[in-house]
Design a protein around this ligand. Sequence first.
Ligand code: NAD
Length: 321
Amino acid sequence: MEFGSPWQQMDASKRGVLLRKLADLLERDKLYLCSLESLDSGKVFMPLYAFESGFVADMYRYFAGWTDKIQGRTIPIEGAYFCYTRHEPVGVCGQIIPWNFPMAMFAMKVAPAVACGNTVVVKPAEQATLSSLYMGKLAIEAGFPPGVINVVPGFGQTAGAALSSHPNVNKVSFTGSTQVGQAIMGARAKIKFKNEKPLGRLGGKSHFFFFGKRRKGNFQIFGPVQSIMKFKDMEEIVARANDTKYGLAGAIFTEDIDTAMTFTSRVKAGTVWVNCYLPMSPAAPFGGFKMVLLLGRELGEYCLQAYTEIKTVVMKTSVKL
Ligand code: NAD
């Protein structure tokens, strides 16, 4: 991002206007986009059209609201100095996404990075590329300056590896398998950004516990069929839930508040749902413990930390202010 470029010079609030416009265009073309996603990735059309696309538009609008609220602090240091911090964009962000939620992952990686004033190069999964390319087209129509939102399709070993090992990419955010996440960590460590901590989420397995009683009766199975294991008490389920290298999310169903509070505090997972499963919001951070996490959280205010650098400015003053 060049100093003096249209993107660098743009008012922060205008970035919000562009992100909102992108959400409006997505809604305008929702039928086309969801059809494309369904044909390309094999995802079922109705959940995409009825739920996922709304969540995706909400992500652009949520981060649009942050653009002019990313602020530093004034810090009272000793002596005749004026000290303040600026939260500056990190620069070029390489965003590598998996095949299972292409439209949602695109928004999750693009909206916060762009809200903070970065530029992005998105590498969609080779199995599901078309919705990302279409979002790139809508970004141009929304009015993002050329070079701000870039989509580079290709295979992982070539396009993905080139992006994650490029020295001019300042930040990599990745969601996908543990093996590829480890390869990306290795690639980042070899280049000059030794201190960079990539953001991302890796493969995760989530647990799901039911307390509250066995229901009697005959039930028809629609499938898929879930394997179910019995447990005796809280000690056993906490031990089982934590006996994994992953820790993305977990859930418990119970009518007892003590059971719910004990479980939520003891389980090592990035999100714990109580009496529900999977509600997500652009405002609520999402990420995992242990091997799921590379660094930081996606979504919510916490996510902005990953896409900004903090600069401290100390200015000598003639009098003590
Ligand atoms: P994957 O790791 O095979 O691929 C993900 C992306 O990485 C693709 O774009 C791929 O082209 C790219 N890639 C592959 N090799 C690369 C390399 N050497 N360098 C750079 N990029 C490379 O994963 P996938 O099969 O597309 O997605 C499924 C995986 O994602 C599962 O393991 C799933 O658990 C995980 N996932 C995790 C979360 C989470 O929240 N933790 C969410 C969605 C998916």
